[in-house]
Design a protein around this ligand. Structure first.
Ligand SMILES: [Fe+2]
Ligand SMILES: [Fe+2]
Length: 253
């Protein structure tokens, strides 16, 4: 006698629950739509609403996404909104094992946060802006600069042009002028080495058997990331709106 629900029953129940919950009209932002090669936001306006009699537009959390705590922390965003945290954990673990300063370890842990939960294009810039109100200026500066520094070797620390970039972008790829300019500026900056160390620990090859976890970094985050009491998004910082949008990407307005 099977007292527990089978996997397929569980899936059916979930689907049923989802369709109930999805008794709202979802819209898609212009940016998300552009990522599909189309212009403009979609699914908006009274005409769209008429296609779904009795339904209202979503103006809250998206029921399809994991439910977030009311007052989310950075680590909640890792848990409930991120895909690809493994690369960040590997980088931070690499930095930890190399005996790096905690500030560098934190920078490694969040250097690609934009890729994991927000926007990929110009990710270093978006990621820096996202965390800027909560970290030491040196950390956000370094996250911004790693975007450009990744393309330029520095033999003094054994950093070479990533082999993967050659296979990703071709052997003839040349970074845009603004990236070259950003590199030149960063090279002369007092925090150059902080950003450079992100690139040193920004590894794509890692022991596949290594077990990485957020655990060793919880205290470091606690010491170096100024978690707002109200929760990220509700704290009226210059990037709060970005955290809110990550929480509620399909909110109508
Ligand atoms: Fe990156
Ligand atoms: Fe990275």
């Amino acid at each position: 006698m099977a007292t527990e629900m089978s996997m397929s029953e569980k899936a059916d129940e979930l689907e049923l629950k989802m369709s109930d919950e999805l008794d709202v009209i979802l819209t898609k932002s212009a940016l998300a739509n552009m990522e599909d090669g189309q212009l403009g936001a979609i699914g908006m306006g009274i005409h769209e609403q008429r296609k779904h009699p009795g339904k209202l537009f979503l103006i809250d959390d998206d029921p399809r996404l994991p439910k977030m705590p009311d007052k989310p922390t950075l680590l909640d965003f890792f848990e409930y909104r991120m895909r690809g945290a493994n690369h960040l954990l590997q980088s931070a673990t690499h930095a930890l094992k190399a005996g790096m300063d905690e500030k560098i370890i934190l920078a490694c842990l969040i250097h690609d946060i934009a890729n994991g939960l927000f926007i990929k294009s110009d990710h270093g810039y978006w990621g820096a802006q996202l965390v800027e109100p909560y970290v030491d200026e040196e950390v956000s500066w370094a996250i911004r600069a790693h975007q450009a520094l990744r393309f330029f070797p520095d033999e003094s620390v054994g950093y070479t042009y990533p082999v993967l970039y050659t296979s990703y972008f071709g052997a003839d790829y040349e970074p845009d002028q603004y990236i070259k300019d950003a590199y030149e500026r960063a090279r002369k900056h007092k925090w150059y080495m902080t950003a450079r160390l992100i690139t040193v620990h920004d590894i794509y090859s890692f022991d596949p058997n290594a077990v990485v976890s957020i655990e060793p970094f919880v205290d470091i985050v606690g010491r170096h990331f100024r978690q707002p009491e109200e929760g990220l998004g509700w704290d009226n910082s210059p990037s709060s709106h970005m955290w809110r949008t990550i929480r509620r990407p399909t909110k109508y307005l």
